[in-house]
Design a protein around this ligand. Structure first.
Ligand code: XMP
Length: 186
């Protein structure tokens, strides 16, 4: 007997046009600050991949070249409750020493993931590390972590879409929706 998807996307919290406008503003902000510098964007897999893809193409429109690498961090599994620990499963390949680094993530929630990744990267002595998150959920923070660039602040609800998943589903939604619904089995 297979357990069916427990929850479904509900109310749209941020529609695709609003996301697109904000991504463009963020790209402008980054281009203004980093123009002419050697910028590395380190994206946290897997939730940030859609945000990253739109952001780097918008940065190109703002004449901001950069390099991209990825870090795979596991923290949530298939649950909507944070495990409270972040494990770096695969690290980046690029050398970071002396370079400008922006960590890109989908959502800053308890702060565990960004704190762990930042600590991990600081060992390589980059010139500067900043953090850029599409979403900030400050209500659940349990570490004193803030992001330098924030797309939107969300309430204390589990959200899906635009790269964010529940149980590996809904990453394909072009908007951010609240997760809604009840558990069912067949
Ligand atoms: P922490 O708690 O370490 O969490 O700041 C960061 C990671 O947890 C995942 N996360 C979510 N994923 N909807 C999701 O799809 C959410 O509402 C949510 N809150 C946290 C996400 O992978 C993020 O990088």
């Amino acid at each position: 007997m297979k357990t069916q998807q427990s929850f479904m996307p509900g109310k749209v919290l941020i529609d695709k046009n609003t996301i697109s406008r904000r991504v463009d503003e963020i790209a402008q902000e980054i281009a203004n600050e980093y123009k002419g510098q050697d910028l590395v964007m380190l994206a946290l897999l897997r939730g940030s991949f859609v945000f990253l893809a739109d952001l780097i193409r918008s940065l190109f429109e703002h004449s901001m070249p950069l390099t991209v690498d990825f870090i795979s961090v596991s923290s949530y599994g298939d649950s909507v409750v944070s495990s409270g620990s972040a494990v770096i499963e695969h690290s980046h390949k690029l050398k970071l020493k002396g370079r400008q680094v922006i960590i890109v993530d989908d959502i800053l929630d308890t702060g565990t993931t960004l704190a762990a990744v930042k600590e991990h990267l600081l060992k390589e002595e980059p010139a500067c590390i900043k953090t850029c998150v599409l979403l900030d959920k400050p209500a659940r923070r349990n570490l004193p972590v803030t992001a330098d660039i924030i797309g939107f602040t969300v309430e204390n609800v589990f959200v899906v879409g635009y790269g964010l998943d529940y149980d590996d589903d809904y990453r394909y939604l072009p908007h951010i929706a609240e997760l809604d619904g009840t558990k069912s089995n067949d």
